[in-house]
Design a protein around this ligand. Structure first.
Ligand code: GDP
Ligand code: GDP
Length: 435
């Protein structure tokens, strides 16, 4: 279920992030606003004519203190490495610049399809401004306006037409999981510990659109596919050590996973970067397991584990459903418990509840805790049904969705969790007017 990836590249100020936000805009509002989720707008999704794709704003990945050419070169390399289609953006307002030509030069060396977008063509009379850009050698320039939202349809038509053909893939029932976390938390060590001699490694398959290596293995009779984000750092390109690049890679890996193992370093505690990645796993609706690694490094007493758990629960309130496991990749303490835990979380992530059982729980909940009244109008709940798995998604039909506030929704969420095992998975509740 790897999505095609579109990367936007161009010199600073041509409007890359404006366009990125426009294309991503509709999707972002789908996800509830969750307190504590830190957004990092360099990676998101878009959809056009029913086709979904992942999208990277390479301009957002800056290499600190690097000179302009170094920045642009790295950003173009990221686009070439990560994308199936590249949107090369220039500005019709400023016209063709030598910086645009430098970006073009780097893109010539790649065989990825490039779609040339001329932004800031804010009104139709300005469309003549685009002819100079034929000189870049990327075919027809597409005039667009980020501020007015003009021309995006034609641009996206061309982007979608340039996606690689979908290849027939063998059905793959294995559980896909990723190991994510900041550099140095111990991801590679955990990969090695997990793949200890007793596990059968079936194969290493290079992904089609990315360099990350998927490792297939079997543990306790279950097939797993591990998406390794640690390995990529070791190729040695300049940008691979930048924080925002690793955040972006982690987000991509999460998209491809059923379950994300979110690794925290017990020695260093929780950092800002941890929050971005964890927030994305939650937003993306994947199963999440919080793995506290390097547990061997702490001097422990009776309270250490509980104290650590309290800190995590406090920092990641929206991940209250995620189990926490304390491990050491070095001594292998509790590493052997991971496969079973991943399997369990994956099952919960795919769990389907019968409507009758679900409605019994909802109606009992309403009896315990009557629905609220807002300005004299009482919320009425008629019926609930599960409409999707991975993550489990429920539609609740009510008289007026506005009357169901966050606190009542959370109460129902908790009631559902009390009766069915959804450990490790977010669940989504959609309120809908009964027709
Ligand atoms: P980036 O550095 O390439 O990501 O560029 P930004 O998206 O930050 O935009 C740079 C500036 O150009 C901002 O002031 C935007 O408001 C402006 N801008 C973006 N798109 C358009 C457009 O279509 N028309 C005009 N006139 N200005 C735009
Ligand atoms: P990555 O960057 O997340 O892949 O982290 P690595 O697996 O490369 O580990 C970074 C460093 O932490 C290495 O020096 C490891 O030996 C060390 N390390 C990893 N896991 C543990 C652990 O559980 N305990 C201790 N003490 N050190 C660890």
């Amino acid at each position: 279920m790897t999505l095609p990836t579109v990367a936007i590249i161009g010199r600073p100020n041509v409007g890359k992030s404006t366009i990125f936000n426009r294309i991503a805009g509709d999707r972002i509002s789908i996800v509830e606003d969750t307190p504590g989720v830190t957004r990092d707008r360099i990676y998101s999704h878009g959809e056009w004519l029913g086709k979904s794709f992942a999208m990277i704003d390479t301009g957002g990945i800056e290499i600190s203190d690097a000179p302009f050419m170094e920045q642009i070169k790295s950003q173009a390399e990221i686009a070439i490495d990560e994308a199936d289609v590249i949107i090369f953006m220039v500005s019709g307002k400023e016209g063709l610049t030598s910086e645009d030509e430098q970006v073009a030069k780097i893109l010539y060396r790649s065989d990825k399809p490039v779609v040339l977008a001329v932004n800031k063509v804010d009104n139709p009379e300005k469309r003549d401004d685009i002819y100079d850009f034929y000189a870049l050698g990327f075919g027809d320039p597409y005039p667009i306006s980020g501020v007015h939202g003009l021309g995006l349809g034609d641009l996206l038509d061309q982007v979608i037409a340039s996606f690689p053909e979908e290849t027939e893939q063998e059905p793959d029932d294995s559980i896909h999981f990723s190991i994510i976390g900041r550099p140095n938390v111990g991801k590679s060590s955990m990969v090695n510990a997990l793949l200890g001699e007793d596990r059968v490694i079936v194969s290493n398959v290079a992904g089609t659109t990315r360099d990350a290596i998927d490792t297939h293995f079997t543990a306790d009779g279950t097939d797993f596919t591990m998406i390794d984000t640690a390995g990529i750092r070791k190729r040695g390109k300049v940008y691979e050590n930048t924080e925002r690049y690793s955040v972006m890679r982690a987000m991509k890996a999460i998209d491809d996973s059923d379950v994300a193992l979110f690794v925290i370093n017990a020695e260093e505690g929780i950092r800002e970067q941890d929050k971005k990645v964890a927030g994305y796993a939650h937003e993306a609706g994947r199963g999440v397991i919080i793995v506290v690694n390097k547990w061997d490094t702490l001097k422990k007493d009776n309270h250490t584990q509980q104290d650590f758990e309290n800190v995590i629960r406090d920092e990641f309130q929206y991940l209250s459903y995620a189990p926490i496991i304390f491990v050491s990749a070095k001594t292998k303490q509790r590493i052997e418990k991971l496969p079973a835990l991943i399997k369990q979380v994956n099952e919960n992530h795919k769990r389907r509840i019968q409507s009758s059982a679900l409605n019994d729980v909802i109606m009992d909940a309403v009896a315990i805790h009557p629905t609220p009244t807002v300005s004299g109008k009482r919320l009425r709940i008629y019926y609930a049904t599960q409409v999707a798995v991975g993550p489990p998604t429920f539609v609740i039909f009510v008289n007026d969705p506005e009357l169901m506030h966050f606190s009542y929704q959370r109460f129902l969420d908790n009631q559902i969790r009390d009766h069915f095992d959804f450990t490790g998975t977010p669940i989504r509740i959609i309120k809908r007017n009964r027709k």
